[in-house]
Design a protein around this ligand. Structure first.
Ligand code: PGA
Length: 251
């Protein structure tokens, strides 16, 4: 991990969590508050229904709150959708865009993801742009091509290290308990950084997270991989007792 890049340990609660889940965030905040000068950023992306309440629980602590997706527009006749401005208004400072579940379940193409990342920036949010290959793509030896395509076509004009984070999440590793080897992760992260070099002036400052079955038992090994600047965590972010050991690798 480069010394200049401040790690980000992010939790994505997906479609999980009722009001009672605030107790998990309170526990996380209590852990974080024991560290006067945390060496990493900590983020929880709860379902939108909990955002405002979670932002209030997080208060001025080191734990930040983010959205899981946003609409490309600021407002309008888009039933059920939520804009980046609304997320910001509810207390978010980040928004995930292009998660593989959105790409697969909601047909979000690279062009859609790019528009959403642009919207996140417009709304004053840091966009976490997700990329990753399917198992079929990996087996066909297409991983690096797929990643190149996603990075080049999902990043909007004006993306900088300050407003954009990349998350490499192999689709086959999400929620499966399977992870690539550290060597495989290193290859993809080095490739992403090379692509970013061609697209952005401050590419060496952009944080590139790894996601997919990160847990307390493998976090240290994964966070030690060159060019890995943090984690995007699904299942193991729901309980503070599971998430904190992952944060602890970087705090
Ligand atoms: P997982 O999910 O940690 O449950 O594998 C990761 C993600 O989808 O961000």
């Amino acid at each position: 991990m480069s010394n200049q890049r401040r790690p980000l340990i992010a939790g994505n609660w997906k479609m999980n969590g009722l009001a009672s889940a605030a107790s998990e965030l309170k526990e996380l905040v209590a852990h974080a508050e024991k560290h006067a000068a945390p060496k990493c950023d900590i983020l929880i992306c709860p379902p939108a229904t909990l955002l405002r309440e979670m932002a209030a629980v997080a208060g001025n602590s080191a734990v930040e709150i983010g959205g899981q997706v946003c609409h490309a527009n600021e407002s309008g006749a888009h039933t059920g959708d939520i804009s980046a401005e609304m997320l910001k208004d509810a207390g978010a400072s980040y928004c995930i865009v292009g998660h593989s579940e959105r790409r697969a379940d909601h047909n979000e193409t690279n062009a859609v993801v790019k528009a959403k990342a642009e919207a996140a920036h417009r709304g004053g949010l840091i966009a976490i742009v997700c990329v990753g290959e399917t198992l079929a793509e990996r087996e066909a030896d297409k991983t690096l091509d797929v990643i190149s395509d996603q990075v080049k076509n999902s990043l909007p004009e004006g993306a900088t290290a300050a407003n954009t984070v990349i998350a490499y999440e192999p689709v086959w590793a999400i929620g499966t308990g399977k992870t690539p080897t550290p060597d495989d992760v290193a290859v993809v992260h080095a490739h992403i950084r090379k692509e970013l070099d061609a697209l952005m002036n401050d590419s060496d400052q952009v944080r590139v997270l790894y996601g997919g079955s990160v847990k307390g038992s493998n976090a240290e090994e994964l966070m030690a991989v060159e060019n890995v600047d943090g984690a995007l965590v699904g299942g193991a972010s729901l309980k503070a007792a599971d998430f904190w050991p992952i944060v602890a690798t970087s705090i």
